[in-house]
Design a protein around this ligand. Structure first.
Ligand code: F6P
Ligand code: MG
Length: 471
């Protein structure tokens, strides 16, 4: 990471890190406490309940430490080797305090630290303190899910029936559209929910919204990525061609990731798709293996998932609108497609603790050689979302006209990894822009103006799709 510019810090008033640490983290921890509290109250086993109370106290203490700008303390050893990585770096940073510490490190530390309270317990190991929130938002994205399910069935059915020779231009457009669906699915992560309403979210998810958003993609390298997959297909029509997706959020975003994965397999643009989830509850909404199972179960029993009243429904005496026969059919179609791909090993889930390490992806080649080799063997590695982009670029203060290929350092050209980042902007770092573009965006309403802050890049309204060829 020697060549990285300075990183964004929670002490910098012009960075999104600043309000994040002061306003958003306390809310995130409070929500976690509320969730744990509910589970503790429902708990019959006295020993488990007591342990749960202790966890709640630890979370409350953590919140206090953040709000009172205390030092970050070493992570307790819960048996995983990354504890040493976290603690070594903490020392190197000179035992910083919460409100003046590199953003990337401290935010990863926050979630790693929360997870130790659970992993060090006897009864709460593996408990996902964000699961309730994830399920609730996924249910609320019902309209967008149904719209895409209909579209997907139609598309895959047509792809199978068509014998006529394909129209290359139409096929390319379809690829771009699938990737754009997958991109915008990221606009709605839960860590931003502290400022967005469910209504805002639904507006962001429909097909109309997507058309309107195309002009908001500031860099769009999808044609180059498509070229690459087509070339691989023509060179090894019967050979193994793997695409990897480094996942971001569960629920609706995972749903659109599966739309993309399923499409790539059905269109023969890939023969296997490997999905990379997280291993601990992460940045509130990130995918754990259990979220994948939850999603497939929801599709397997759509009536049960969408028609059972939630606790909120019950409080307000509401019953969810029943699904139509056709909608059930469309969701069942997805289930049968995706579970078949999964059962046949064409769609795989491959967790790795590297994804929850504190550092940037510049460290991949020496931190996890096996994973690095795996990614080199892939035709294309798709990195979803904001955090992955921050990690690719080291969350550093690059000039925004820096080339993406330069900003990703050791994963750039020559690395052997073909990188495609699908990122809606929810943080400060951005590269690959045309000269003058950042300045122009700052002058737009809410763009940050002359405050020195790149506010336009904080809310998921703008996106960058950047490609780097590994050869
Ligand atoms: O809004 C900022 C933020 O909380 C960042 O801390 C983080 O990078 C991001 O959101 C999480 O977004 P995503 O789920 O797209 O990675
Ligand atoms: Mg996320």
């Amino acid at each position: 990471e020697g060549k990285l510019p300075p990183q964004y810090s929670t002490g910098d008033p012009t960075s999104f890190a600043y309000p994040t640490a002061r306003e958003r983290w306390p809310v995130i921890i409070t929500n976690a406490i509320d969730d744990a509290y509910r589970s503790v109250s429902d708990c019959e086993d006295a020993e488990k309940r007591d342990e749960g109370k202790k966890i709640i106290e630890e979370l409350a203490k953590l919140k206090y430490e953040v709000q009172h700008d205390r030092e970050l303390t070493p992570i307790r050893d819960d048996g995983y080797p990354d504890v040493a990585l976290y603690n070594r770096e903490l020392e190197q940073l000179g035992n910083p305090t919460w409100l003046n510490v590199p953003w990337l490190y401290s935010e990863c530390y926050l979630f790693r630290r929360m997870s130790t309270s659970f992993s060090l317990s006897k009864h709460w190991k593996g408990y996902d303190v964000f699961a309730r929130q994830k399920i609730k938002t996924f249910r609320s994205s019902r309209n967008a899910v149904l719209e895409l399910a209909a579209r997907y069935r139609d598309l895959v059915t047509k792809m199978r029936e068509t014998t006529a020779s394909p129209d290359p231009e139409a096929e390319k457009l379809l690829f771009m559209e699938m990737c754009e669906i997958c991109l915008w699915g990221n606009a709605t992560d839960l860590s931003l929910l502290t400022s967005l309403t469910y209504e805002d979210i639904q507006k962001l998810q429909g097909s109309e919204a997507r058309k309107n958003s195309e002009k908001n993609i500031l860099v769009n390298d999808l044609p180059a990525a498509y070229e690459l997959l087509l070339k691989a297909k023509s060179e090894k029509p019967r050979g193994e061609r793997q695409v990897d997706i480094v996942l971001d959020n569960a629920g609706f975003e995972l749903f659109v990731d599966l739309v993309l994965a399923g499409y790539l397999l059905s269109a023969g643009l890939a023969t296997t798709v490997v999905l990379h989830p997280k291993s601990i509850p992460w940045f509130v909404s990130d995918v754990l293996p259990s979220d994948f199972a939850t999603l497939l179960n929801a599709l397997a029993s759509p009536r049960h998932f969408y028609e059972t009243p939630s606790e909120e429904d019950e409080l307000q005496n509401k019953t969810p609108t029943p699904l139509t026969e056709q909608e059930v059919g469309e969701l069942s179609f997805l289930f049968s497609e995706w579970s078949t791909f999964h059962a046949e090993g064409q769609l795989m889930l491959r967790p790795n603790r590297f994804w929850t390490h504190p550092g940037s992806f510049w460290r991949l080649p020496h931190e996890d050689k096996n994973l690095f080799e795996d990614l080199k063997a892939s035709e294309l590695v798709v990195f979803k979302g904001d955090l992955n982009y921050r990690k690719l670029t080291g969350d550093a203060k690059w000039d925004p006209t820096t080339k993406f290929t330069e900003a990703i350092g050791p994963l750039g050209p020559g690395s052997g990894v073909n990188v495609l980042a699908l990122r809606t902007c929810k943080a400060d770092v951005v590269v690959g822009l045309k000269p003058g573009e950042d300045e122009k965006l700052r002058q737009m309403e809410g763009g940050g103006g002359d405050t020195g802050a790149r506010k336009w890049a904080w809310n998921g309204k703008w996106a960058v799709v950047s490609f780097s060829k590994g050869a």
